[in-house]
Design a protein around this ligand. Sequence first.
Ligand code: GLV
Ligand code: GLV
Length: 333
Amino acid sequence: TRLRVWVSQPLFGDIVGRLREHFDVVETARVGKHSPQDIAHALAGCDGALVTLNDPIGAAEVANAPRLRAIANVGVGYNNLDVSALTAAGVVVTNTPDVLTETTADFGFALMMAAARRITEAERWLRDGQWRQWSFETLLGSDLHGATLGILGMGRIGQGIARRASGFRMRVRYHNRSRLPADVERDCRAEYVDLDTLLSSADHLVLVLPYSPAVHHLIDATALAKMKPTATLTNIARGGIVDEDALAEALASGRLAAAGLDVYEGEPAVNPRLLALRNVVLTPHIASGSLATRRAMVTLAVDNLIAALGHGPDAGRPPTPVNADALAARDAK
Ligand code: GLV
Ligand code: GLV
């Protein structure tokens, strides 16, 4: 009998269709957040699942899914998944690193530039009919070239942003849980500093660190108070890293010049205090959203799921597992 997999939302049909060569596929007709009960129900009879950041899955969701062996997340961040609970349940988890690195770094840079140079604010102003006369002091922003870029979280995406910054002749500083090897630092032209130094010296600070409870509201009122009032803050990581009320307060009071946000703690809901501000650029979690990269992410997730369930050319060896230990434990059985 064929294995069964659940696809939690419509994804490129021509790519996801490859799953049908190996498995019975339970598709989902519409995009949306499923309730925990619906997720548990969908997983109950399945051997595998292709899911996105819309789908929180932990012990409760897999409790009645004895056959479940693999969850392929379409995304590099996987804080929607309780990996230790899934490992304990013998479920292999995979994500989609690498394929989105450069596209996401492009977007982080674009969002930072939009915040620094007030691009979306300027466009709204023009469309509102406020441009009656050219004036020398309209909508003045701050420079990227020659400025100090602070990168918090120096994984693949952070390094991609650093490499872009040298073309802008920025000075690059970073903070990370662990310091990069010297050759990588040299390649990125990036200098390691402690968190306080990063906060206080950055003209533009970009957040690219993975979310975990340990970094919940890492950027709170105290951290924001350490930043330069002329600085910008850009977040392409996860919303929960920033205390949004504290950020809104800093932006409203002039404690911080501008921000660019692609992620939100309660997304798709956006803090109304942020929506009311003109000096914040708000985008709907699209940093990896070029057509080519979104297709590459789904392709990698499909490859992972097929391999994790023991099919295809990489049977048993999914290309990008998150919990290789679950794989080893399962194979040892
Ligand atoms: C999107 O945020 C991702 O983690 O890929
Ligand atoms: C995160 O995993 C990154 O690639 O920076």
